[in-house]
Structures are given as C-alpha cells and as structure tokens.
Design a protein around this ligand. Structure first.
Ligand SMILES: CCNC(=O)[C@H]1O[C@@H](n2cnc3c(N)nc(I)nc32)[C@H](O)[C@@H]1O
Length: 239
C-alpha cells in the first residue's frame, strides 16, 4: 500500500466511554492539573520498558537508535509542550485501538469513581490507576497531537485530538522534519490559562517532583539544547 492510498486524514469516532471520560476530564474542576506530566512520562516510560524487554529477544528493534530516553521540549512563546520517547512506538492500528478506545471492563467503575470523586474534589491518582492517564493531557491542552513510529511499520502516523470533540483524526506523517526514527512524540497545545506549563523551569520542577523514579534519562530542552535532568544509576547487572 503506497502513500497515495492514504487519504489526508481519516476521521474516527471515539468509543462512547472515551467520550464520557474526556468530558469528565476536560470539564473537571481539577485542582492539580500538573499531574498530566506524571501520567505522560509514565506512558513514555512504559513504552521504553516494553522496547527494552522485547529487544532482549529481538535486538533488531533497536536498529533505528539504541538510546532509550525521554525528552521534554517547551516553547513558552507559543504555549507548546512536547514529550518524546524513543520507546516501541505504535502502528496505525495500535494507535487507533490505544487512544480511541478504553477497556470497557473497568471503565464504568472508573467513571463512577471519577464522578463521585469530582463531587469530593477529584483524586489525582484515580486517572493513573485506570490506565487512562493519556487523557489527562486534556487537563492542560485543548489540542493533542501524537506522532508515532513503530519498528513494526515502515510509516509514521499522527493522531490528532481536540478537547470537546467526539472524534479524532489519524494520518500519515509526511513532513520530513517531523519524522522520528522510533517512538512517540506528544505535542500539547496548551489552553489559554495553562500556558505557564510551557516554561522550562516549571517543567523541570515537575519532572523533579513527579518523575524521579523513572528508570530512563529525562532531558528537558532549553534554548541552549538538552540538559540531563535525571541521573540513571547503571544497573550493576548490566555493567
Ligand atoms: C486510555 C488511553 N490509552 C492509553 O494511554 C494507551 O495508549 C498507549 N500509549 C499512550 N502513550 C504511549 C506512548 N508514549 N507510547 C506507546 I508504545 N503507547 C502509548 C498505551 O497502550 C496506553 O495504554
């Protein structure tokens, strides 16, 4: 299938539960919105874990780049935060299944718990517990773009979702400047009142608070280039 078969952007409807969940999150009177970074870094870390594990039996998976890390870029002038991991990445189908649907098993329970907790001031850990941390991006962003490249696919795909929309789009990444060798890049277009999260020092503080136990290096991008934020002790077994 060559790229001409791929229309510019395919429109997909969210599964009903996802719509309800996003409504709750987007319209939640959420006090500590800053948990979005913990959730997204956690997803990035899981993606790196998955790659590291699979690469033990299939070293080929690392052919597009051996470094396993997380890079957080801020653009304070435009209110944009970008989180990039060099993890396993997603194929087009995985992208649609992962971000357009949620396991309907725990969802009803989760939504009920979320509704109740909203009355009592939302519990910040609830979102992470049910594996729906990704949607916490919509606490601070009114548009989220996920660009992802899996070693299992020769194409890079872009998922685009907006707060208050019942659908999202998926298209192929065509812009050579936006291609990544492997992994996932999340771009958050921050809401008007949450632009403060695009300040490097704010992000560095959050990384130190929330992601100190992540077992991969996290770099935050400053004007002058990447600086290492989190030292990773070399695992003695691996040295
Ligand atoms: C409920 C929302 N779904 C997700 O967060 C799923 O999306 C996928 N996901 C989110 N961020 C990701 C990320 N950075 N890399 C990879 I590979 N998969 C990611 C994982 O399968 C998550 O379980």
């Amino acid at each position: 299938v060559d790229s001409t078969d791929m229309p510019p952007a395919e429109k997909h409807e969210y599964q009903a539960e996802v719509n309800r969940l996003m409504d709750l999150i987007v319209h939640s009177l959420y006090s500590n919105k800053e948990v979005f970074l913990r959730e997204l870094v956690s997803n990035a870390s899981d993606a790196l874990d998955k790659l590291r594990y699979l690469s033990v039996t299939d070293p080929e998976l690392l052919k597009d780049g051996p470094e396993l890390d997380i890079r957080i870029q801020t653009d304070k002038d435009n209110g944009i935060v970008t989180i990039t991991d060099s993890g396993i990445g997603m194929t087009k189908q995985e992208l649609v299944d992962s971000l357009g649907t949620i396991a309907s098993s725990g969802t009803a329970k989760f939504l009920k718990a979320l509704k109740e907790s909203q009355e009592a001031g939302m519990d910040s850990n609830l979102i992470g517990q049910f594996g729906v941390g990704f949607y916490s991006a919509f606490l601070v962003a009114d548009k989220v773009v996920v660009s992802t490249k899996s070693p299992k696919s020769d194409k890079q795909y872009v998922w685009e979702g907006e707060a208050d929309s019942s659908s999202y789009t998926v298209r192929e990444e065509k812009d050579p400047e936006k291609l990544i060798p492997r992994g996932t890049r999340l771009t958050l277009y921050l809401k008007r009142d949450d632009k403060g999260f695009a300040h490097p020092e704010r992000i560095q503080k959050l990384v130190k608070n929330y992601s100190q136990f992540v077992s991969f290096p996290i770099y935050t991008w400053q004007e002058k280039g990447f600086t290492k934020e989190v030292e990773v002790d070399e695992d003695p077994a691996e040295t």
